[in-house]
Write a protein that binds this ligand. Structure first.
Ligand code: PLP
Length: 462
């Protein structure tokens, strides 16, 4: 298969200059950043693939709506516009804006979990995992075995393993399970989608046991696009119809709008049933942590941009280009024989760094090693989704071994061109050719207790 690029369904109206530093300057920047990609300055990165979160380009319609922002403290016009848009997309009665995804988790998780409780997921995203732990609970992952085989191409590798989920419920005791979180797409497994059948099966188990089902919805539209394209019976349904069916099977959702909301800041909490007793608790937590319920930590203009973004992300021409762009990178990596979580997911490519550096142990963070190398050689910023991100066991303090050692190239929405992506792939190919000479990884010289990858200081092992 030769790599094919699907042309952008938009043209460029405003440009943002970027520059590339010299190799010596980049080496210096790495040292000052303590080899942590999050400590590099954005303007020192030529191509920034650290995350697809909040890094998308807004449309002319979103920028125009920003001028319409109503900044009233309570009951702003922009709030009602967002409610109308979000209810149209998700079909839920209760929608609460918050400032981003983790704020939604902070507001919701303590209402479902406490000391001694457990939460089950098809793989927790790092902030969701942290909020489970901060609420006193413990996270349990039940992703299907397919997700653990990066080379095995299959649709819907993000699915929950239903048998494992039921076994986990029995093992930990039904009364101790506070919530089931279904992450769509499954970010930590490489942006792999979850099928509608799997959502249906998970929902049936939750209903049978009376456990609330929460969708971690950051990439709901990309997931809906995969269902439309790859799941029998959905090719004639619209993205919104698929989204409403998916969310209709769950009880609640948390959403980072910085992904499929195509905004730079924003999030939502949703509850399907307007009579649910959890809504009162959500409102109290929002007022205490985020602000009044009609703005939830956002400015009126942010609510406007999100109302428009939620509609734009459901456009199939956009989604075809979006997923097509990621598939283009995957096809070029195939040609070069570079392993990644395949097929590619919705928002990026997850390179199998354990395969590229088989001689570097998980305790030396092979995926982080590749991330550092991409900056060193190409000014490209990306990050580890592996043992470095996973961190230590909260009870024993020991380094955990991740299922995967992925280096994530997250592609911002509507930002980079084909030539940018070619440059990234060419740089990876050069690193692969030189992989044997990259002998050792990194050691942590300082780390905080939780979510250490954002802040830790590292040094190369020589
Ligand atoms: C980004 C993300 C979050 C957290 O959202 P923020 O907006 O970064 O706080 C939660 N879950 C998933 C799956 C995500 O991708």
């Amino acid at each position: 298969m030769t790599a094919k690029y699907i042309p952008e369904p938009f043209r460029i109206k405003s440009v943002e200059p970027i520059k590339i530093l010299t190799p010596a300057e980049r080496e210096q920047k790495l040292r000052t950043a303590c080899y942590n990609m999050f400590h590099l300055a954005g303007e020192d990165c030529y191509i920034d693939l650290l995350t697809d979160s909040g890094t998308g380009a807004m449309s002319v319609h979103q920028w125009a709506s920003i001028m319409e922002g109503d900044e009233a403290y309570a009951g702003a016009k922009s709030y009602f516009k967002l409610m109308e848009s979000a209810k149209d997309v998700f079909g839920y009665d209760f929608i609460q804006p918050v400032h981003q995804g983790r704020a939604a988790e902070k507001v919701l998780m303590p209402l479902l979990l406490s000391e001694g409780k457990f939460a089950i997921s098809n793989l927790f995203f790092d902030t969701t995992r942290a909020h489970v732990i901060l609420s006193g609970g413990r996270p349990l992952d039940c992703v299907g075995e397919l997700a653990k085989k990066p080379k095995q191409r299959a649709p819907f590798k993000g699915n929950m393993d239903i048998a494992k989920m039921e076994e986990t419920i029995r093992q930990y005791g039904l009364q101790n399970i506070g919530v089931v979180v279904l992450t769509v797409t499954n970010n930590a497994a490489g942006g792999q989608p979850v099928s509608m059948q799997n959502v249906r099966d998970v929902a049936a188990v939750c209903r049978r046991y009376g456990i609330p089902l929460c969708i971690d919805a950051a990439r709901f539209a990309e997931n809906a696009y995969f269902i439309k394209r790859d799941e029998p019976g959905y090719s004639d349904k619209s993205i919104k119809e698929i989204t409403r069916e998916m969310f209709g099977l769950a009880d609640m959702f948390t959403l980072s709008a910085k992904k499929d909301g195509i905004v730079n800041i924003g999030g939502l909490v949703g509850v399907k049933d307007k009579n649910s007793s959890i809504i009162a608790g959500i409102k109290v937590n929002v007022i205490n942590n985020e602000g009044f319920i009609t703005y939830g930590g956002l400015a009126g203009r942010d609510l406007e941009a999100l109302a428009v973004g939620l509609q734009e992300v459901c456009d199939e021409h956009y989604l075809r280009y979006r997923v097509g762009q990621i598939e283009y990178v995957g096809a070029r990596l195939d040609e070069a024989g570079i392993a990644y979580q395949s097929p590619v997911g919705g928002h990026g490519v997850f390179i199998d760094a354990a395969e590229m550096f088989p001689h570097i142990a998980y305790t030396e963070f092979p995926a982080h090693t590749l991330a550092v190398e991409l900056y060193r050689r190409g000014g490209i910023r990306c990050c580890d989704i592996g043992s470095f991100m996973l961190g230590n066991d909260p009870d024993t303090g020991e380094q955990l071994k991740a299922e995967f050692e992925f280096t994530r190239l997250a592609i911002p929405r509507r930002v980079y061109t084909q030539a940018h992506l070619d440059y990234v792939v060419d740089t990876i190919i050069k690193i692969k050719e030189d992989a044997k000479n990259i002998r050792r990884g990194y050691r942590i010289i300082w780390e905080p207790d939780l979510m250490r990858h954002f802040q830790a200081h590292l040094e190369p092992i020589i």
